[in-house]
Ligand binder design. Structure first.
Ligand SMILES: [Zn+2]
Length: 343
């Protein structure tokens, strides 16, 4: 299902995200030669409705297109244009597809065509060598722009710090691109603001433009004081059976309407998330080992759902489809890391 090409197809640089399917046909890995090797690997549109990465990459490639219509990149770029089929429909993924960003090596489902494609890409890029890997996403809820890592190596933190002062460290979910590539190069994920908002395009373009001009990735001595590392400790999921909704009325669990204002906000113990007579039928909380830790994080007091400990939520969304397909949110806590813990 993967095409591999070495130049930009006609119409690529002016295409909207939903037109990429008709230009590329399907998922495509594009190796573009630059002045330095090895390449920066960039993946976009693993989730078809998350288009900021595409428009930032388009701006980057336009910037290095000469008047003679050839590309003059300071470093090679290998670009993975992922789920163009879902992008055509403006959807995260289509009903018959697995989630592209859960089937890289280490993921749960390794049998699908998509997983086979990711293995091919990993093998190819491992053999070529990668300077750095950047996977571009958007959130569905209101969010600041931020970088994520799946390991605390200095180069990963240094790269992440060039995008945001808040760096999210997560090891769940597995099967994500940055985790797979993180075994052989500095790999990060960038969350580029809310899907369909345009505020992320320029900062992501500037980050990428900076990256492809770098000769090496320097890790400043001050790296640990330059950033705040937030570790995801748990995920709140819906059970799929109980009723929930936002706002004021209805049966089951009523989540507060301003819930996505809480992203990256430090919430104290006791914060009210919503109203419900019972929690179990609707929401469950799982830790990184997929153990049910609902009672550690949430409690019903009267008819209010309250936090049992202080947390910083991320990826809180009010999009019901995303909540059912993925999760309501992740819960994070600030991690203190000493300099001998970073490799
Ligand atoms: Zn995504």
């Amino acid at each position: 299902m993967l095409s591999v090409i070495e130049s930009l197809p006609n119409g690529f640089l002016t295409a909207e995200a939903h037109n990429l399917k008709s230009i590329l046909g399907g998922p495509t890995l594009i190796h573009l030669k630059g002045a330095r090797e090895p390449a920066v690997f960039i993946s976009i549109l693993q989730h078809g409705n998350e288009t900021t990465g595409w428009y930032a990459v388009q701006r980057l490639l336009e910037h290095y297109t000469t008047s003679g219509n050839t590309l003059a990149l300071p470093r090679s770029v290998s670009l993975f244009v992922a789920n163009v089929e879902a992008a055509e429909k403006g959807r995260r993924r289509l009903g018959h597809q697995v989630d592209y960003n859960r089937v890289w090596s280490g993921g749960i489902s390794q049998e699908s065509d998509e997983a086979a494609m990711m293995q091919l890409i990993e093998k190819d890029m491992r053999a070529r060598g990668v300077f750095a890997s950047v996977d571009l996403h958007n959130n569905s809820g209101r969010h600041p722009l931020y970088a994520c890592v799946n390991g605390l190596e200095g180069e990963k933190l240094a790269l992440a710090s060039r995008f945001s002062k808040d760096v999210v460290y997560f090891i769940n979910p597995t099967g994500v691109q940055s985790m797979a590539f993180g075994h052989f190069c500095p790999a990060i994920t960038l969350e580029c603001g809310q899907a369909h908002a345009h505020n992320g395009i320029q900062p992501v373009y500037e980050f990428l433009n900076n990256l492809i001009q770098m000769e090496q990735i320097n890790v400043p001595d001050s790296i640990l004081s330059d950033i705040r590392i937030l570790k995801t400790v748990a995920t709140i999921r819906t059970t799929g059976t109980g009723h929930f909704h936002f706002g004021n009325e209805g049966d089951g669990l009523t989540l507060r309407d301003d819930l996505d204002d809480f992203n990256f906000v430090r919430l104290p113990e006791g914060t009210v998330l919503g109203k419900s007579k019972a929690l179990g039928p609707v929401l469950r909380v799982f830790d990184d080992d997929n153990q049910d830790v609902t009672d550690t994080f949430l409690a019903i007091e009267g008819d209010e759902v309250r936090l049992k400990q202080g947390v910083i939520p991320a990826m809180l969304t009010k999009d019901i489809n995303i909540i059912l397909d993925d999760c309501l949110c992740y819960l994070m806590q600030e991690l203190s890391v000493s300099s001998d813990e970073i490799a």
